[in-house]
Design a protein around this ligand. Structure first.
Ligand code: ARG
Length: 622
């Protein structure tokens, strides 16, 4: 098939000239080229090309080259061509467009294309990465979006639990990464600060802390105890139950005293979770709880009713969607209004979708919660679509995660069976890290002893990073067993190992270059030198380094931070292999020494940047 027409623009895929040192990730560039070819081969090609773009993947085995592409097989049918014919056209185009990047492209088996990066490309690319402190040569997305990341989202007057911790850690990482890729990110904390439970809480405050009603700031003591006491009264005292029910109505209709008591509760909770955010270095998270959408709820329900989507069901209002059933086969309703007139969790989410799409102009909204809420979000997204609460282009994505379990695989709890307090959990990790750091760094150190100031911060970073990294390095959809021993180990894919590996590379650079200074902030890196790749281990390391952009692109799309962790771990292993077989300080020539130093510097920068995106601060010594 002769290609005579100019390459055309396809839905969502814009063709860009692939410059040979652009590190946007080859997956993107190859995709672009293929997209163009498809458009040329068949104008009427149906189906979204981007929906299939998992067709290019970094090769599972470097033997087959750096990338593998199965586009020819997938496209053969819709193009009504033979896979190998499609493959050879793709190869022609890839050669033309990406001539500087790849060696001979090989068609294997039924039509796979194996692609191997050229050595000269690797040499140029590593040098580009080393010369760019901020971005390591990785350009911002050519298609920047407005992204809302809804994460953390604890509930007022209730304990923030490990599920909220996972949401906070994963959500923060995704937001960091999307921001780095040039998207405009809005981090929202969808705090549970509204709803029926506030009736009983506010009424209880009226009796126990009357000062809270006048807007004074009052110390409410332990909020969990307070919540339990209010709940006990609600369950046992019928008069109080009536009061609580009326209390919700008063609060929701804007009664000043009730609002003051409610604010007092929110303030007290906020103080608690802000401590956690501070320890975790969570920044830029805007609190926009359920109450924010209160005024919009009535409208949403009327809209749903008006469109015939919501109807009455046992006194309440509900949306019935096709394909959702209870265990007994009866239709499963999505409740939007209770029989007492109150609104539901789903109503708020529907209103939030409208607000985020229409006012915030979001193109993409991510919801980071446990998988237990999968059905809720599926139903809410579907209802929002039917009701036209968002435009078709807006992508609503639930980012689910599994449970945190105890080391025995059972429920994660303290020895006495109580739920684990987040603050205690984080402090325990820091305590163990202090012992580790103390034992290594301080002469005559004894368990539990106060650490000298200079090591205190290190211990805090190690303790917090260990918790974060343990979470992020697991496929988020699986459950994982919480183990201080494993997460704080210096061996394996852990934060202490990664921090150590990075610090070691920095000290190698320092020693070999004779340049003194601190790595972060003040490190003067040696000038990036021309890279010459000769030894196998050097080439392998370079091939790994230039994939950084691909990995970020993958996480940006698929939202699995563990893939970044795996990549960083492999990178540090490739570095070790390189360092074992190639002498840096005693390299045969000055040029070779400078080249190897550049490889080391690039590795250190990749690790620093990667860990930074994971919300992990690095340390200079460990
Ligand atoms: N507060 C909820 C919980 O603790 C999570 C909220 C998630 N976000 C949302 N828009 N529904 O389970």
């Amino acid at each position: 098939v002769p290609i005579s027409r100019p390459l055309v623009k396809l839905s969502k895929v814009t063709l860009r000239a692939a410059t040979s040192t652009s590190l946007d990730g080859h997956v993107v560039q190859i995709d672009d080229v293929i997209g163009g070819v498809v458009g040329v081969l068949n104008d009427s090609f149906e189906g979204s090309y981007t929906a299939m773009d998992a067709m290019v993947t970094p090769a599972s085995n470097l033997k087959f080259g750096d990338y593998q592409c199965n586009a020819a097989m997938k496209l053969a049918k819709p193009l009504k061509m033979k896979p190998r014919d499609v493959a050879s056209i793709l190869v022609e185009q890839l050669k033309e467009k990406m001539a500087g990047d790849f060696e001979e492209l090989e068609i294997a088996g039924p039509g796979f294309i194996n692609m191997k990066l050229q050595r000269s490309y690797l040499e140029r690319a590593v040098q580009t990465m080393a010369s760019d402190n901020d971005r390591l040569g990785i350009p911002k997305s050519s298609d920047p979006k407005r992204v809302v990341v809804d994460f953390s989202s604890p509930n007022i007057a209730k304990e923030m639990h490990v599920g909220h911790l996972r949401s906070t850690i994963i959500g923060d990482t995704l937001a960091n990464l999307l921001e780095f890729k040039g998207h405009s990110v809005l981090r929202l904390n969808h705090v549970g600060d509204w709803g029926t439970q506030f009736g009983m809480l506010v009424e209880h405050l009226k009796d126990e802390f009357p000062a809270a009603l006048s807007g004074e700031s009052v110390d409410l003591g332990n909020l969990v105890v307070l919540y339990k006491a209010a709940k006990k009264r609600f369950d046992e005292d019928d008069d109080f139950k009536v009061r609580a029910r009326e209390g919700v109505v008063r609060l929701q209709s804007g009664d000043e005293e009730s609002l003051a008591a409610w604010r007092c509760l929110c303030e007290a909770s906020r103080k608690e979770y802000d401590k956690i955010y501070k320890l975790l270095s969570i920044k830029g998270l805007e609190e926009r709880g359920e109450s924010f959408y209160n005024d919009m709820l009535k409208d949403v329900v009327e809209d749903l009713e008006g469109q015939g989507l919501a109807r009455e069901s046992e006194g309440a209002m509900a949306v019935f969607l096709d394909g959702y059933a209870n265990k007994d086969g009866s239709p499963l309703p999505l409740l939007v209004k209770k029989s007492d007139g109150g609104f539901n969790y789903a109503t708020t989410d529907l209103a939030a979708i409208r607000q985020r799409a229409q006012v915030e102009k979001a193109d993409r909204v991510l919801y980071v919660t446990d998988s237990g809420q999968a059905q809720h979000f599926k139903m809410v997204f579907e209802a929002a679509k039917l009701a036209g609460l968002r435009e078709d282009g807006v992508s609503l994505e639930h980012v689910p995660f599994g449970l945190v379990q105890g080391e025995d695989g059972k429920k994660f709890a303290t020895r006495s069976g109580d739920t684990v307090k987040l603050m205690d959990l984080l402090q325990e990790s820091i305590r163990i890290a202090s012992n580790d750091v103390g034992g290594r760094e301080v002469e005559g150190w004894e368990d539990g002893q106060e650490l000298p100031e200079e090591f205190k911060r290190t211990a805090e970073i190690v303790g917090i990073s260990a918790v974060k990294y343990a979470d992020l390095s697991m496929n988020r959809e699986s459950n994982y067993k919480f183990s201080y021993g494993r997460m704080l180990s210096l061996q394996g894919n852990t934060a202490p190992y990664m921090l150590y590996a990075r610090a070691r590379i920095c000290s190698i650079v320092k020693k070999a270059s004779g340049i003194e200074g601190v790595e972060e902030g003040g490190m003067t890196w040696p000038e990036p030198a021309p890279v010459v790749l000769g030894e196998e281990a050097e080439i392998e390391l370079a091939r790994q380094l230039v994939k950084f952009g691909d990995i970020l692109y993958d996480v940006e799309k698929e939202l699995y931070p563990n893939r970044l962790c795996d990549y960083l771990f492999e990178t540090s292993q490739k570095f070790s292999a390189f360092y074992e077989s190639c002498s840096v300080i005693k390299a045969e020539t000055e040029e070779l020494k400078a080249s190897r130093l550049t490889l080391a510097v690039t590795t250190a920068k990749v690790l620093t940047k990667g860990l930074g995106l994971l919300g992990i601060e690095v340390v200079d010594r460990l």
